[in-house]
Write a new protein. Structure first.
Length: 372
């Protein structure tokens, strides 16, 4: 196999990996990321479309759909038709992409999804879960319950005793619990995600970095673990960790941000990681009003990447693999339903991606000279 053919195969494998992760790709973005011409990417898409691996659309490609085939050639997915119940704590932020990934995977396998919205409240979680199980219509459950606080162990034990298999979504139990061993989960590895952000800023020369965690978020505990691990590995101080919500709708957010900024000045912080996007946008807006230049005076990285690109400047962000989490959760559940208890339990962690934008570049902080 010649070098040119080998490079084409590697390029097309990367294209398909991106497509499986996001469901769609754009020619312009791929050409830039892979350092090739747009014409080359169009040829790759045409070749893969000819093999039925993707569907060409204007400006890019999507995963193939049964709608792409003539009606006479469509095939119903093999196997029994299952119905999976799904309970998520929010239907307007973070979770829509997970739900979308689950529904797309379910449709591809001929599986139905019954969705229930809950809140970050254990009593409401139980109410919605009971509604699904008592209906007698679901054979499995995808759940994102509140596993925080004093009722955590009781909640985990209750979930483990439900009459149908359960896959936790973006949740996990502690390392050791008396929960039945078959309880499974699929989640983003948020600890690695925040480590990506720390290492990105460290690579740009920042040696005093701060972390602002959204108060009350289940994700915060995992981010704190990754923060401590990354700072220890890089020899960075980990003492600048603030647990405050500073989104625009939080009462007193301007005062809180002012206090954070004052502490940054006193401790010579040159970069902040902020969870989540609404909080990061609020910080950028306040900094702009105060004449603080981003990234020249203070670099910024957000965690979530829901709306980080809408800020001015656009915010570098860690993007959890939401769509892939939803899709994988359905696949794990389907495997459990088809293979039963003889199949070993799966606990899947999926790595986030770092989307680099203007808020952390061009990294004007000088790198300290190495000791001689």
């Amino acid at each position: 196999m010649g070098d040119e053919q080998l490079f084409a195969l590697q390029r097309r494998e990367k294209l398909m990996d991106r497509l499986r992760l996001h469901g769609a790709v754009r020619v312009r973005e791929l050409a830039k990321d892979l350092s090739v011409s747009e014409l080359t990417i169009r040829r790759d898409i045409a070749a893969l479309a000819g093999r039925g691996l993707l569907t060409r659309v204007h400006g890019g490609a999507t995963l193939p759909s049964s709608l792409d085939q003539p009606p006479a050639r469509r095939r119903r997915p093999a196997g029994p038709a299952f119905t999976i119940g799904m309970v998520v704590p929010s239907l307007d932020f973070y979770w829509p992409q997970i739900v979308s990934g689950a529904r797309n995977a379910a449709a591809a396998h001929g599986v139905n999804v019954q969705l229930r919205g809950s809140s970050y409240d254990q009593a409401e979680d139980r109410r919605q879960i009971v509604r699904l199980t008592e209906s007698g219509q679901v054979q499995g459950l995808l759940l994102a319950p509140n596993l925080e606080g004093p009722g955590m162990h009781e909640m985990i034990d209750w979930i483990g005793r439900l009459p149908v298999p359960v896959v936790l979504v973006e949740r996990r139990t502690p390392q050791w619990t008396p929960t039945p061993s078959q309880l499974e989960w699929v989640r983003s590895d948020h600890a690695v995600g925040v480590e990506m952000a720390v290492r990105h800023l460290h690579g740009l020369g920042h040696r005093r970095i701060g972390l602002v965690l959204s108060k009350g978020s289940p994700t915060s505990a995992h981010l704190a673990v990754g923060w401590d691990r990354a700072c220890a590995a890089l020899g960075l101080p980990a003492d600048f960790l603030i647990r405050e919500s500073v989104a625009l709708d939080v009462p007193g957010h301007r005062r809180i941000i002012a206090d954070i900024l004052d502490r940054c000045r006193r401790t010579r912080i040159t970069a902040l990681i902020v969870h989540s996007d609404p909080d990061a946008l609020s910080v950028v807006q306040y900094l702009t009003e105060q004449g603080v230049r981003v990234p020249d005076d203070l670099a910024l990285v957000s965690y979530d990447d829901e709306v980080a690109h809408l800020a001015d400047p656009a915010i570098t962000a860690v993007r959890p693999p939401k769509t892939l989490v939803g899709r994988t959760a359905v696949e794990v559940m389907l495997a459990r339903l088809l293979e039963g208890s003889r199949r070993p339990a799966q606990r899947v962690s999926i790595l986030p991606e770092l989307q680099i934008r203007s808020s952390s570049l061009p990294g004007s902080v000088p790198i300290p000279p190495r000791p001689r």
